[in-house]
Design a binder for this molecule. Structure first.
Ligand code: NAD
Length: 373
């Protein structure tokens, strides 16, 4: 069983799908591990560290030759996988809804593509969930990015020259990223409030010492879609939410938006008029910018200024903390493959619940129900 670890080629991607630590663990399971030279460099993991862990380090062709499992952070270009074993597994974040053509190409080439972002949200899969591990870091980094773009301080400071008041930070979307953003903004001393469509988050917001801002008394809305994800809201709810947000947002200095709905464009939470209502110098971080954005006017990969307000649209925020993001991502992949490792077969054998959820292609076909449905 040969596991290949590829160098990422996507623009701005600094993460790597295996660290020397997980390479060593795969080898302990009985696999051989080949790492493309330079794969970990941008995340501070040197080639020598992989070699010390027992992996071979070589060019891409040698790394791929006969590989049974190919690990990536983002999906590798199917045309660049020549030499991998027939039916090889491609285990990575494959952006199945956003890049369907690539999924089709994996199928056509006979690879078994396993999309890690399709990991089901069940307790036993928590340690395998790349969305959670990467969102957690993105939520933290979003607050630091906001703090560095903001021309004022976050905490209240009483100085001999007078008092600096605490920044008011508002987090919209309280999933994994949002919870970490709340905690981080609180640690920096901001006054934090937050909102979500899932009513279960109210208690979580309070337990972190922040103030929940919620639409009340709109009939029939619990906001819980399938698998712990948010569902699309009714028009009545959206109108009530927009009104509530309008009143609140005008008083905020920092807004961090994280709202996503799987397989659909991100919901629009902030209009241009709402941006205009904020004080000059305020900062908005749109973590959903690559899925279409929560904020009108946000541009992926740019910091734009509208009405004196900075709208920050960094792409791939987790990759801005490449060492930790890689360490957690790599452990997610290791936890996934090692959980299913069959000692007799000398390879992982997936069960139905998780296998059917993450498998996109098999036997030359696209097989995932979320893509076929
Ligand atoms: P996500 O990235 O899908 O979305 C971010 C947040 O935005 C969610 O809380 C969502 O409810 C919210 N949102 C969507 N539309 C909105 C709108 N119009 N207005 C305001 N907020 C909106 O979410 P996530 O971070 O993946 O977490 C979702 C839930 O799943 C959490 O409760 C999390 O703890 C849980 N989870 C469980 C597992 C597991 O058990 N293995 C793994 C990951 C997440």
């Amino acid at each position: 069983m040969k596991i290949a670890v590829l160098k990422e080629h996507a623009d701005g991607e600094r993460r790597v799908a295996a660290t020397p630590e997980t390479a060593r663990k795969f080898i302990a399971l009985g696999a051989t591990v080949a790492v493309e030279a330079g794969a970990g460099l941008a995340a501070t993991y040197a080639d020598q560290a992989y070699a010390d862990a027992g992996a071979s380090v070589a060019d891409r062709a040698t790394t791929l030759a006969g590989a049974d499992i190919v690990l990536g952070v983002q999906g590798p270009d199917p045309a660049s996988l020549t030499g991998a074993a027939s039916g090889a597994w491609i285990v990575a974040g494959l952006n199945p809804f956003g890049d369907r053509a690539r999924v089709d190409a994996y199928a056509a080439a006979g690879y078994e593509a396993l999309a890690m972002e399709f990991m089901p949200r069940i307790t036993r899969a928590q340690s395998m969930d790349i969305l959670s591990s990467q969102s957690n870091l993105a939520g933290y980094k979003a607050v630091l990015d906001a703090a560095s773009e903001y021309g004022r301080a976050f905490p209240m400071m009483m100085t001999a020259a007078g008092t600096v008041s605490a920044a008011k930070a508002f987090v919209m979307g309280v999933g994994v990223a949002g919870l970490q953003a709340i905690a981080t903004a609180r640690r920096l001393g901001a006054q934090v409030s937050a909102t979500d469509v899932r009513s279960a988050t109210k208690e979580q917001i309070q337990s972190l010492g922040a103030k929940p801002i919620f639409v009340e008394n709109v009939a029939g809305i619990e906001g819980e879609g399938s698998g712990g994800y948010a569902g699309e809201m009714s028009d009545e709810y959206k109108a009530a939410q927009a009104e509530l947000v309008s009143a609140h947002i005008a008083k905020q200095d920092i807004v961090i938006t994280t709202a996503l709905i799987p397989g659909r464009p991100a919901p629009r939470l902030i209009s241009d008029a709402q941006v205009a209502s904020m004080k000059p110098g305020s900062v908005i971080i749109d973590l959903a910018v690559e899925q279409g954005g929560n904020v009108e006017g946000a541009v992926a990969g740019e910091i734009v200024e509208r009405h004196g307000v900075k709208i920050v649209g960094h792409r791939n925020v987790a990759s801005r903390l490449p060492a930790d993001a890689s360490a957690l991502f790599s452990r997610n992949l290791y936890n996934f493959l090692s959980t299913f490792w069959d000692k007799d077969a000398g390879r992982p054998v997936l069960d139905e619940e998780i296998g059917d959820a993450v498998r996109l292609t098999q036997g030359g076909q696209v097989v995932n129900t979320r893509l076929l449905g």
